[in-house]
Design a protein around this ligand. Structure first.
Ligand code: ZN
Length: 413
């Protein structure tokens, strides 16, 4: 393709609003506009990425060090759009809101009888634990919601009518008092939801501020996996001003679903190997639904640049070759360059042909900016000896190759 056909517009100055080095180079090299729109050169790079990437293993071939989660592949990046938790030991990673961590149940203890105690002025788990002189790990926290939509993976065979009742179901969540609920994990189980109102809470037999699942009716009870492993927890008595000592899952209440519902935090032990998890940020490059070529191009620009511009690896570059014709003083270099352009394309290479009437310096700068892996220069000095000049974008060596041998040379390198 000829340079002018792509309407490439490069920029000397770095954009003021770029959030990262890679984004800045993509703007300067004319892949994206200052407002982030993909330009024809960028579209071409996306098409190449789409055609090349077939499996997540291909990320390694294009020099991207990614983090692999159960369902997604991430590119770690300080300005990335998602909070992630990664394990520095075994390399697993996940979005922070759905990351799993190892959780320790409480020490084995015999279940003790239920006991109602007066607990005035205890609006929080912390104040309750302080009043009773117990750690928050010995408390159960109640969180109450009403479902407003179907779950992401609904049960098949549900009729429309049963779905409707399902959609306004009271959801009673219990997690240990020292944990925070991951709303993303709950949403994956029950679909969209909202906070229950005081009236709705009272309607199932609970009392706001003093709620527990003990004795509630018409509620779908969902507990964190740690609850069945924790004995003698303090929970609300469903009576204003009172709590129950020694509530035990299985004896005092049971749940429809036992699942991981708590938010994992940096420092928590990795679910796979136990090493402390680290916080990072990143982009999602691929999920079960497929690849995100735009994010992959951004990641490539981040991973492959130097002080002169982009340095794309061959499979991800918009073109294999940047063919540059330098106008001569005594020799017309254009016909030879034109012939080489046709021969390279016929040999199966994708070529960007810079036949613009521009100074050599401008063309060399643009070639470096754009980042195609190979630059071939057809200029007066070489042509006098029947040679063209070949340089790899990442190398410093410039080789003079006889015009007739260029295709063989490219195939063997
Ligand atoms: Zn690990």
């Amino acid at each position: 393709m000829r340079y002018d056909e792509l309407s490439i517009q490069t920029h000397r100055e770095a954009p003021a609003n770029a959030r990262s080095a890679g984004q800045s180079w993509l703007v300067r090299a004319g892949y994206i506009s200052h407002s982030g729109q993909f330009l024809p050169l960028g579209e071409r790079a996306l098409a190449r990425i789409r055609a090349y990437l077939k499996t997540p293993a291909d990320f390694e071939q294009i020099g991207l060090l990614t983090l692999t989660g159960a369902h997604e592949t991430y590119f770690p990046m300080p300005v990335g759009s998602h909070d992630l938790l990664r394990c520095p030991e075994c390399g697993t990673a996940a979005r922070a809101e759905t990351a799993r961590a190892k959780k320790a149940g409480s020490a084995a203890e015999m279940p003790a009888p239920l006991e109602k105690v007066l607990t005035p002025d205890c609006p929080t788990i912390e104040s309750l634990a302080a009043l009773l002189s117990i750690p928050t790990t010995k408390t159960a926290k109640a969180l109450m919601f009403v479902s407003t939509g179907s779950p992401k993976s609904p049960d098949f065979g549900q009729t429309a009518e049963s779905r409707e009742t399902f959609d306004s179901e009271f959801i009673f969540v219990v997690i240990r008092g020292d944990m925070a609920l991951s709303e993303a994990k709950l949403e994956a189980l029950v679909g969209k939801f909202r906070l229950a109102t005081e009236d709705e809470i009272r309607a199932v037999g609970a009392v706001p501020g003093y709620a527990s699942p003990v004795g509630v009716k018409n509620a779908r009870i969902i507990v964190d996996e740690l609850i069945p492993q924790s004995t003698n927890l303090v929970a609300g008595a469903n009576q204003a001003g009172y709590h129950l000592l020694n509530t035990n899952y299985g004896r005092d209440y049971s749940a429809e679903i036992v699942a991981d519902l708590s938010q994992a935090n940096p420092g928590d032990p990795c679910i796979e190997c136990g090493a402390p998890l680290e916080a990072t940020r990143g982009w999602v490059l691929a999920s079960d639904a497929g690849f995100d070529p735009e994010k992959i191009l951004f990641a490539l620009a981040e991973a492959h640049n130097d002080e002169k511009g982009l340095t794309f690896p061959a499979p991800a570059a918009p073109f294999d070759i940047y063919l540059m014709q330098v106008p001569g003083k005594t020799l017309d270099t254009l016909p030879v360059a034109e012939e080489l352009y046709q021969k390279l394309q016929a040999a199966g290479f994708s070529v960007l042909f810079d036949d613009r009437n521009e100074r050599a310096g401008v063309k060399f700068n643009d070639a470096d900016l754009l980042g195609c892996p190979i630059r071939i220069t057809v200029g007066e000095r070489g042509l006098q000896n029947g040679m063209a000049e070949i340089k790899g974008r990442n190398g410093s060596e410039v080789e003079q190759i006889p015009l007739a041998e260029i295709i063989d040379y490219l195939r063997s390198h």
